[in-house]
Design a protein around this ligand. Sequence first.
Ligand SMILES: [Zn+2]
Length: 245
Amino acid sequence: MPTNDNDISVVYTYLMCESCRFVDRDSGREEPGYICPRCKQPSGDGLEFLNLNASVAIRLIRQAWRERRSATETRRPDLDFTARHVRQIWKDLPPAAETRQSDSELTDLELRLITFYCMLQEILMEDFLWSSMAVTGVPVKLIERTLRDNWSISKREDSLFPAVTGTKFREKIRSVVSNSEVATRLLDVWKRAIDARNKFIHGGGSWSIPDQIDHLAESCWGNVIPLCNAFVGLHNQYAIKGISD
Ligand SMILES: [Zn+2]
């Protein structure tokens, strides 16, 4: 997990070759005329791997994390969730208004972070599917229609991703992420974040705060970098152009 919230800026250092679309952290790609080590073509002025929407989602995640940390630090330790309920049960005291407000604020921030993380997952998935279809020459109108027909993240994960790559999403993530523990955590958060978001939207009264998002916001924050790294790995396998000798 990034210890400093500026550490997450490392995801913005991924650059893409304008000719062969290969992605790495070679900062030389920002220099006009730089020769791509892979395709030997001159660079323009560098192309960022993350599209604008992904960059915005990461900025929003970081902002929510900063505010959550600030809210956590200012919360009085004797008024945490457990202590508040013990006081209520054994002393028959109503919860203090400021405590309810503090818990509610914290929950809102965690929910924001989880929602933005889901957005990031979906943006990276859409960008990957788009790029991997485009590189094989699929016409833009057909790509647009295919993505429209598979609009939900579950359809994209379960149907479209295997159709494009020939492999199930979870298996492929495990093969592009070399560390198996990192891959397991990433896939666990991928599913839990989507489930939490869906329960919030569709669950009505069954949405239970804070149990369902316990530690999830923290896990989302800790997986932003591995998530971006995984999609760079996918991109370099399926969305780059072949090179002729
Ligand atoms: Zn290149």
